[in-house]
Design a binder for this molecule. Structure first.
Ligand SMILES: NC(=O)c1ccc[n+]([C@@H]2O[C@H](COP(=O)([O-])OP(=O)(O)OC[C@H]3O[C@@H](n4cnc5c(N)ncnc54)[C@H](O)[C@@H]3O)[C@@H](O)[C@H]2O)c1
Length: 409
């Protein structure tokens, strides 16, 4: 069967501010091109002229068999579109390019696209990691046409907006990996849910785990999780992205994996606050351990498996974020602990998902009736003017308990 995509017929749109929904009526452009004999070369699909650098089998039936096709040598590389050209998106694009894929890296900001192209690196968010000219850095969202895999690496506030913009551009059954971490404000939805709502006919996977962009960009051995209830989709992401420096495990507990990634940002912010207050290793160890317990408690209440929180997307990510200066959550926390007002600390550091997540997670815990003392204190420090030292006092002064009394399961 032929796939079709609709593209905005205006040519390359001006960015930022381009929204496919606002453009002239999208025209449906057939992706299939028959050769003279009436057959479909390359499996039946091609992409828009000017955007395709090769022909890929990307219709629905073929797309399902992508991993097998790679194994059988029918396809040595895939077309991957990375959306969001910040630290994480750029690192993933560099890695995919290094391992032979055809990669586009999209940003909604003209200045960001121009800056990466000018310097062949993201000077601001991933300095020192070359972005080779083989990567198509673009402000044109139509780079997703014909992609075998779309990776969303945009901040949490932009996930829904980006997914909606993709609606007229992605093929039916497209494979999408969300690499961002967070929960949607207001609805408490996980981002695979947000994306699936906006793009109902696609296959959405969560990519999460301990993975500093700065290290992935340098090829430092890293392990992450590809999670979906659609095992085949999660395995396809594993097959497409796994390489000698990125080991990917498949996990079907997508609730646990996504909540692990979102909630650990709050604990990392709290860990930074402890460091800013000059607390010791004991404090940090207690915070991480009890933090993991409350993450799992909320996760289990939401339908996740407790074990997932002991894995890469839970404990693994907590370890990497609570101890590293690469973590913007921790860096913002340090500033807060040293006395910088939270809002100012966040402005100074940039994308600090834990700040937003502290509010969302605290409200979600209230809604679910789950006790999350560290998240509560983090919320009070961030949004209610609670002094950081008072937050520690309050945590240390909680009623006596047995460790085993705290429900893990
Ligand atoms: N940086 C890391 O090491 C890392 C690792 C794993 C996961 N993550 C997650 O990935 C997500 C992105 O993080 P990051 O560190 O790359 O952030 P970042 O601030 O470095 O980059 C964000 C990028 O997203 C794009 N963007 C910004 N506003 C947008 C909008 N309104 N619409 C569409 N695109 C927009 C821009 O290209 C921008 O550069 C976050 O959820 C983060 O938690 C980050």
């Amino acid at each position: 069967m032929c796939e079709t995509v609709s593209v905005n017929g205006t040519g390359r749109p001006a960015v930022p501010g381009f929204d496919a929904r606002e453009g002239p009526a999208a025209e449906m452009t057939p992706l299939c091109r028959k050769d003279e004999s009436g057959a479909f070369p390359g499996g039946g699909c091609t992409t828009e002229p000017g955007f395709a650098r090769r022909v890929l089998p990307c219709n629905t039936a073929e797309a399902h068999r992508l991993p097998d096709m790679i194994k059988k040598g029918r396809m040595d590389m895939a077309k991957i579109a990375v959306l969001g050209a910040g630290g994480w998106g750029t690192a993933l694009a560099v890695m995919a390019d290094k391992y032979g894929h055809e990669v586009s890296l999209w940003s909604p900001f003209e200045e960001e696209v121009a800056m990466i192209r000018r310097h062949d690196e993201h000077k601001k968010l991933l300095p020192g990691i070359p972005v080779p000219p083989t990567i198509d850095v673009t402000g044109d969202l139509r780079c997703v046409s014909g992609a075998d895999l779309l990776i969303l690496a945009v901040p949490s506030f932009a996930v829904e907006e980006t997914a909606v913009r993709l609606k007229p551009l992605v093929a039916s059954r497209a494979l999408i990996a969300n690499a961002g971490k967070g929960l949607q404000e207001g609805t408490f939805k996980r981002f695979t849910q947000v994306i699936a709502d906006a793009l109902p006919d696609t296959r959405v996977v969560a990519l999460s785990g301990p993975s500093h962009a700065e290290e992935v960009g340098r090829g430092v051995p890293t392990s992450v999780v590809s999670a979906s209830t659609d095992t085949e989709a999660a395995e396809q992401v594993q097959e497409l992205l796994m390489n000698p420096s990125l080991r990917i495990y498949v996990n079907t507990d997508v609730i646990g994996v996504e909540l692990g990634g979102a909630l650990k940002n709050v604990i990392a912010l709290a860990a930074g606050i402890c460091d800013g207050l000059d607390m010791g290793d004991n404090t940090k160890a207690a915070l991480m351990t009890r933090g993991l317990a409350e993450m799992a408690r909320l996760g289990v209440a939401m339908g996740a498996k407790a074990d997932t929180f002991a894995g890469l997307a839970g404990m693994g990510d907590l370890i990497v974020t609570c101890g590293s200066m690469h973590s913007r959550n921790r860096r913002a926390g340090i500033l807060i602990g040293q006395g910088t007002p939270p809002e100012q600390a966040v402005k100074q550091v940039g994308t600090v998902e834990g700040y937003l997540a502290a509010g969302v997670a605290w409200r979600l815990s209230q809604k679910m009736g789950v006790v999350m003392p560290i998240t509560e204190q983090c919320y009070r420090v961030c949004y209610e003017g609670q002094p950081a030292k008072e937050a520690i006092k309050s945590l240390m002064g909680r009623p006596k308990r047995h460790e085993s009394e705290i429900p893990w399961l």
